[in-house]
Design a protein around this ligand. Structure first.
Ligand SMILES: [Fe+2]
Ligand SMILES: [Fe+2]
Length: 236
């Protein structure tokens, strides 16, 4: 990663990605494809129908780890519908692609052929973890995003608000920590195991990715929804 600075709309998209390759994930979750030559961030986004301000806000938040909502200048604001789209695509990345891919690799790595209690335990923990992530994300997809879509159409709810969601929004990392510990501390020694180490590496990555996903929700999504709620209440 290069030295910290705020990415701008007139920088080359390829420079952003080479500067911080975790932005590849951000790109793909916005539905942006590769092969953009020397185009700037703004041009790549506009050519592919993506709101460049929202892309930049997320890219800068993920790179810098902070976002001060409300103080940003006009060109640094973002669109709530487009952020919500991004979050939905991130959910489907975790649930439909990343976790199933890790599970397949895990099964190949841990030798399920013989009776091996640790292998059994590892798989059970993984499945419980994946189930927890699914529950968390499906709640957001079904309850929270539906609520926000209603808000965007101007309808406040008498029974739900974003503060209720925020107060219960938990980090989904505990089970994963236990799973990593079982693999690291108790998996029977069996010489070199490149595949198992590589799964472990994927798990650490996935954890990091989920933590940063939750931070985007807590520090960008929730405050933006709260602001929309306040505006609608004032109007009424
Ligand atoms: Fe989420
Ligand atoms: Fe979440």
């Amino acid at each position: 990663m290069g030295e910290q600075h705020k990415y701008r709309a007139n920088e080359k998209m390829s420079d952003l990605i080479c500067d911080n390759y975790s932005l590849l994930m951000v790109m793909s979750r916005f539905g942006l494809s590769l092969g953009f030559g020397d185009k700037t961030v703004k041009d790549v986004c506009e050519a592919q129908g993506v709101d460049y301000r929202t892309f930049l806000a997320v890219a800068n938040f993920i790179s810098e780890g902070q976002y001060t909502y409300g103080e940003a200048a006009e060109e640094e604001g973002f669109s709530l519908p487009s952020l919500m789209d991004y979050l939905k695509q991130a959910h489907s990345y975790f649930l439909d692609f990343n976790l199933p891919a890790i599970r397949r690799k895990l099964i190949e790595a841990i030798d399920c052929s013989e009776r091996n209690d640790v292998s059994f335990l590892i798989l059970r923990y993984f499945d419980e973890y994946a189930k927890e992530v699914r529950r968390h994300m499906e709640y957001e997809n079904e309850a929270v995003f539906t609520y926000v879509e209603q808000l965007l159409e101007g309808h406040l709810s008498a029974t739900y608000d974003i503060a209720t969601f925020a107060s219960k929004h938990n980090q989904i990392g505990d089970k994963l920590r236990e799973l990593k510990n079982i693999i690291i501390k108790y998996y029977p020694e069996r010489g070199n195991n490149h595949l198992l180490n590589s799964v472990l590496f994927d798990l650490f990555n996935c954890e990091q990715d989920l933590v940063s996903h939750c931070l985007v929700e807590d520090h960008m999504f929730v405050p933006a929804v709260a602001q929309l709620e306040r505006r609608l209440k004032d109007e009424q």
